[in-house]
Design a protein around this ligand. Sequence first.
Ligand SMILES: [Zn+2]
Length: 426
Amino acid sequence: MIPNMRLWLHRRRYPGRYARLESLLHNQALSPEALGDYQREAFAALVRHATAHVPYYAQRLGGWEDRPESLPLLTKEAVRTHLDDLLNRHAERSQTGLGHTGGSTGQPLAFWYDEIKHEEMRAGMMRGFMMSGWRPGQKVLYLWGARQDVGKGGVFGHRLADAIAGERTVAALEYSEERLAGWTRLIRRWRPVLLYGYASALTQLARHVIDQRQAMPDSLLGAYSTAEMLHDDQRALMREAFGCRVFNQYGCREVPNIAWECRHGGMHVMSDLVQLESAHEDGENRLLVTSLTNRLMPFIRYDLGDSGRLLEGECPCGSPFPLMEMGMCRQNDLILTPGGRRLHPAAFNRLLYGLTQIRQYQWRQETPERMVLNLVCPERLPDAVAGELHAALRREADPAMTLEVRYVQEIPRTASGKHRFVIGLG
Ligand SMILES: [Zn+2]
């Protein structure tokens, strides 16, 4: 199907999505000041709405002083225990479904959604993709790992809609050579304009493409990495393999479209859709997000379990959306040494730099003293290299720590399909 025909059909099928996209593109043309005003008004309107219509907030938002900082945080634990009270009391139950997320810590979380929220998410994704030069109607291949999403009808829509939209989804649940070869063939044949997937899935694919010396089609404009930390070495590998720009995207299933990277490398907070705060606590900058558009199940000052900070200044791309920087840490990713230090996971990722034979790895702290390094690796590391790793661990982390290197066929991922590089006791 030619793109213009597809776009025409797609617009007819999803008029609400395209109308929403128009309004989002309008917001993108506002000045930073006008956007700030828009955000403040949207936040106040959301708080008024939640206080009036959502039982959980009716009990808790009494003392609203027009300052976001005066409001309590919403924790994941509260979402788990007060799920029914977080639903708008006027919600049409027959139109409302429960979505699930595995969560980076492996603890599942449920949230309410409906068609309006879905369309809102899709419109936000379209605007985000457009920052790369992509245009509606052009093909997107999703490499998706979340078990709950893969199956009939694909990830984000329905089978027929997928064809009209120029979208395809492959289940990126396992990375066997056979599957990687299959995805490579699909990309060469189908010629998508964008790839969208977990950093780990795109990295595995990139490594396969390079190892097999496969040429990628010149249709590719961008590879979007989402849902996991994107490390610099992964980004470099994808750029080399796919021959296109690599973009980071930040969001979660319950609050999508938090930030999108532009062609200048700026990570822009979509401040007409969310309000993002960075709260300094326990030595880390915790990100708190408020969804400005979700009236069904308001998330106000939601503690995502991610770290990062907001940046001053403007981006050369001219976007009015403010800039942010992701932190490397997620909760429970810290390593707690026997001596009581808390170490950042980046320190452990760094120990493996240059060991390109490693396909996948995971550091796992089993007791304060005992560290296990699980490796997916075609052959064992030379003894000297393993010895140097042990020495580096003792030197940089704690002299009392021991290291065991285990060679495994695969590294299990979290229920949502994410790969965790470091699992600590901190
Ligand atoms: Zn920018």
